[in-house]
Design a protein around this ligand. Sequence first.
Ligand code: F6P
Length: 328
Amino acid sequence: MRPNIKNIAVLTSGGDAPGMNACIRAVVRTGIYNGINMFGVLQGYQGLINNNIIPMDARSVSNIIHLGGTVLKTARCLEFKTDEGMDQAYANMKAHNIDALVVIGGDGTFTGARRFSERHPVSVIGIPGTIDNDLYGSDFTLGYDTAINTVIEAIDKIRDTADSHDRLFFVEVMGRDSGCIALRSAIACGAEAVLLPEKATSLEELIRTLEIGAATKKSSSIVIVSEGHKQGGAYDIAKHVKERFNHYDTKVTILGHLQRGGSPSSFDRILGSRLGYAAVNELLKGSSRQMVGLRGNDIQLTSLDEALTAHSFKLESDLLEMTKVLSI
Ligand code: F6P
């Protein structure tokens, strides 16, 4: 039986990710198609607390499908972690008669949604939107595919210089505690080595790999360092390696926030559209405290509790093995 939902709000929270706009568009238009009044919350949970809530119609989301970032803006909101913050957010929702919330974001966003829906009677569906790909229950999160393509484009350019100057480059990529971007871009760019937060790689091991490369006439090398690597970032690793292995001219590049922006790939536009469409349909079926995600080629539900569990399984073992085999 369809629950009595008349008004739905959508927000984006945490780090922006390419594909969020395609997703917002799908949420808003699926709601309107089903006769629901749709609202947008500006600046994530902070906007919910500050009553920054606007009505949205089908035209509010025209011409945004190709844009990176999020037209609803986003924030990392500490106030929403407090009971007072959540109570104020709920009061504002009630003032607009909003019955249900679609939240697009990563683990912080889902943690907030879970606590909020435990404290107040609000139906909530989460959509995994983060370049980190670190949520259980979706093979891919929104923005991850575009981010990897951005990284690949950058590292391909770096390889031109590495090759021309016979240099060793350490390239740091994003991912907080997740090595997904690092691992996939290492395969796609043919990196000589990759350092991941989930896997201990000793400096000895790395230096041995580089020494073997040099001994077998590799004139340049690229090492991808995930920002969450336990022994430090690219600058630290480069310094330690240089002290012990000075065969190459060594350089460091931190790719940083350029990985988060840009026009979404076809994959992220379609994923965002599918997840947004599914989120509203699930709310209308009565689902709550669930995440909609992609498993195989199917959209499936996972409870927010489960989605927030460990993600290290996401590093495909064949890709891990291939980083050694294909870089000899
Ligand atoms: O969660 C996405 C992410 O880009 C992480 O990879 C990174 O560690 C973090 O956000 C950076 O956050 P901020 O933009 O707030 O500095």
